[in-house]
Design a protein around this ligand. Structure first.
Ligand code: UT7
Length: 349
């Protein structure tokens, strides 16, 4: 049986830098609050009309494909993770297939938000291991800036998120010990509404017992989309930040330890942990809990904010470009977010 290796990696960040100071013109916030609570200094926003989740994905993919030493026509499957697709349907995978003039290959979209890239990697890994595909393009891309509430009402969510894309090409390797060692996927839908965008959707309030007590009053709406929803800002993401934070700092260390224990490894064996860039305070908590040194954990949320499904491949790409990942290194990726879903992957580079 083959294992899967990352043969090429690329990322794309829009040019437009938005600082915490810049956000003050839209909402009541401060650089001090944002840095103290999240570590974020700035983020990137895509061009409103010229860049989409798919166009950013294509730019990242071009680099990953070139670095893998192949062409777009060699790709035999696409797995695309995003929560901010160009269209409600079809998914972004087919738009990448079209834009890059690929063969009539399969294209799968993954809807697992912050854990999306690790889920996508896990799915692609299974196809490589069975010998079904040889060059799989795995993408995480987000254009959050198009769908955030930039008024003070939405400030707990909107200051966190940024735009960007990352992509890898997964290929089989027969080199002993190299490649994806294992992936670990989890979910618990009990808190699905604590980090969610309810509308547009088909829920018709089916899940909501008491909208005000249960999930703030953001869930209101028994239609797919209505003027009332738009007027009341119910088409924006909702997050109970403290509840998500509390769960994240338990599940991140748990899923990292699960991966290590399964493979008879210890935290000291990790050369680089790439946590989903949710909040610098969460990464710092995880680092402390697992007694990891600074050089064992990579963070770039300070520059790019939280880019959801794109955050891990963007961070992985930057770490690799900076020479922080060498052949034979043990790289661990871990994520937690909306769903709740959480996941980890261990790779021997
Ligand atoms: O990647 C997806 C997964 N998401 C996460 O992992 C996010 C996890 N949660 C968090 O990162 C944090 O909960 C936040 C950064 C979102 C919020 O930090 P917090 O320390 O939990 O703040 P809070 O929501 O408890 O709000 C504290 C105060 C409130 O004011 P009052 O009620 O104490 O007067 C908020 O209204 O801070 C206020 N606040 C803000 N003030 C200035 C909320 N957002 C802002 C803001 N600027 N942007």
């Amino acid at each position: 049986m083959f294992t899967s290796k990352i043969a090429g990696i690329g990322s794309y960040l829009p040019k437009n830098k938005v600082t915490n100071e810049d956000l003050k013109q839209y909402m009541d916030t401060s650089d001090e609050w944002i840095q103290e609570r999240t570590g974020i200094k700035e983020r990137r926003y895509a061009h409103r009309t010229e860049e989409t989740t798919t166009t950013m994905a294509v730019e990242a993919s071009k680099i990953a494909i070139e670095r893998a030493g192949i062409t777009a026509q060699d790709i035999d499957f696409i797995v695309f993770a995003t929560l901010s697709p160009d269209y409600y349907f079809p998914g972004c995978g087919v738009l990448v297939q079209r834009a890059m003039q690929m063969k009539e290959i399969g294209a799968l979209d993954i809807r697992n938000q912050c854990s999306g890239f690790v889920y996508a990697l896990s799915v692609a890994d299974q196809f490589i291991k069975t010998g079904m595909y040889k060059n799989i393009l795995v993408i995480g891309s987000e254009k959050h800036s198009f769908g955030l509430d930039f008024s003070t009402r939405g400030r707990n969510v909107s200051v966190i998120f940024g735009d960007g894309a990352g992509a890898v090409v997964l290929q089989p390797t027969e080199k002993q010990g190299q490649g994806i060692i294992s992936t670990h996927l989890h979910s618990d839908g009990a808190s699905a509404e604590l980090l969610a965008m309810y509308n547009p959707g088909t829920h018709a309030n089916h899940w909501v017992k008491d909208p005000v007590a249960d999930y703030n009053d953001a869930v209101i709406g028994d239609m797919f989309m209505s003027k009332e929803m738009m007027d009341n800002a119910q088409n924006f993401p909702f997050m109970d930040g403290p509840a998500v934070f509390k769960k994240a700092i338990v599940k991140f260390p748990e899923v990292i330890m699960e991966a290590l224990t399964k493979n008879g490894l210890a935290t000291s064996d990790i050369n680089l942990l790439i946590p989903h860039q949710a909040n610098l305070r969460i990464s710092q908590f995880v680092q402390q809990k697992l007694s990891l040194r600074d050089d064992q954990v990579f963070n770039n949320i300070q520059q790019y904010g939280n880019t959801t499904a794109a955050s891990i491949p963007i961070a992985l790409c930057q770490a690799w470009e900076e020479g922080l990942i060498k052949d034979g290194d043990l790289v661990c990726m871990a994520a937690f977010g909306s769903g709740f879903t959480w996941a980890s992957a261990l790779i021997r580079w």
